[in-house]
Write a protein that binds this ligand. Structure first.
Ligand SMILES: NC(=O)c1ccc[n+]([C@@H]2O[C@H](COP(=O)([O-])OP(=O)(O)OC[C@H]3O[C@@H](n4cnc5c(N)ncnc54)[C@H](OP(=O)(O)O)[C@@H]3O)[C@@H](O)[C@H]2O)c1
Length: 247
């Protein structure tokens, strides 16, 4: 059965940017499917969003497991029968210099940051296409959280930046295949955002100087509102300061 309310699937929704995006969409009247590995955090988010009037399905899963990724897409379809916004926020980063870089860290970053989004977009594409008929003005949207390091490399972040550049390329390729059918993809590319992931930077960069998760959530909402005629392939979001193209 197809629900009357818009529905979004958000990965990495247990904390940080993904949770802020989910909260913003819940406030905006979306029903949600939330996924991450931490089921307790997802259930707490679901309780919070219920108070905002949103129905929330929790699908606990590890994005490095292809079957788990596909089953998240299945859970969402079964619950709502429509997908207005697919938000891919789950991601991992691991800093180490080149010259003996531990390859298991490279593999992990590419699995979670590139392979899982690829599989999830592939698994959700039919439902995104079908939902265009329910939202003919805006069409449906894919938003993936990439990173400014996709364009502005940093020492120690070669594998992370390469994975995020691949995510940008993936979103751009998706647009060439399906934007004409009303499904548009955007890779948001932030500098440092104040979350658990950037805590290791606190000695060098105060959290108050970082972009906020709510800033990213606001941009995601704006992207869901554009007409299907507009495509934003990627969107850099950098910290205030005299130097623009850096994390
Ligand atoms: N914070 C920054 O400075 C920054 C800047 C640019 C881009 N980004 C990107 O923004 C996205 C969100 O990052 P964040 O700052 O919100 O980080 P975070 O606070 O560390 O949250 C990461 C999220 O990803 C989920 N996740 C990680 N590995 C997973 C796995 N194997 N399977 C399923 N879920 C997994 C985590 O959930 P569980 O642990 O519960 O599984 C969590 O919900 C990431 O893609 C990151 O690369 C972050």
């Amino acid at each position: 059965m197809t629900g009357a309310r818009r529905a979004a699937l958000v990965t990495g929704a247990s904390r940080g940017i993904g949770r802020a995006i989910a909260r913003r969409l819940a406030r905006e009247g979306y029903d949600l499917t939330l996924t991450a590995r931490d089921g307790d955090a997802l259930r707490a988010a679901a309780e919070e969003f219920a108070r905002l009037g949103a129905r929330t399905e929790v699908a606990v899963g590890d994005m490095s497991d292809e079957d788990a990724v596909r089953s998240v897409a299945d859970v969402h379809r079964a619950a709502y029968g429509r997908l207005d916004a697919l938000v891919v926020s789950a991601g991992v980063g691991s800093s180490a210099p080149l010259g003996g870089y531990p390859m298991h860290r490279f593999d992990k970053q590419f699995t979670v940051n590139v392979r899982a989004p690829f599989v999830l977009i592939d698994a959700c594409l039919d439902l995104l296409r079908e939902t265009v008929t329910l939202s003919p003005e805006t069409g449906t949207k894919i938003v993936a959280i990439s990173s400014i390091t996709a364009f502005a490399p940093e020492p120690g972040l070669a594998a992370y930046g390469a994975s995020k550049a691949a995510l940008v390329a993936l979103c751009e390729a998706v647009n060439t295949e399906v934007s004409v059918a009303g499904v548009a993809a955007t890779a948001i590319c932030p500098g440092y955002v104040d979350t658990d992931m950037s805590a290791w930077m606190h000695e060098r960069l105060a959290p108050t100087e970082m972009v906020t998760s709510e800033d990213i959530a606001e941009l995601v909402l704006a992207l869901t509102r554009t007409s299907r005629r507009a495509v934003v392939p990627h969107l850099p979001v950098v910290r205030a300061g005299s130097e623009l193209w850096r994390a």
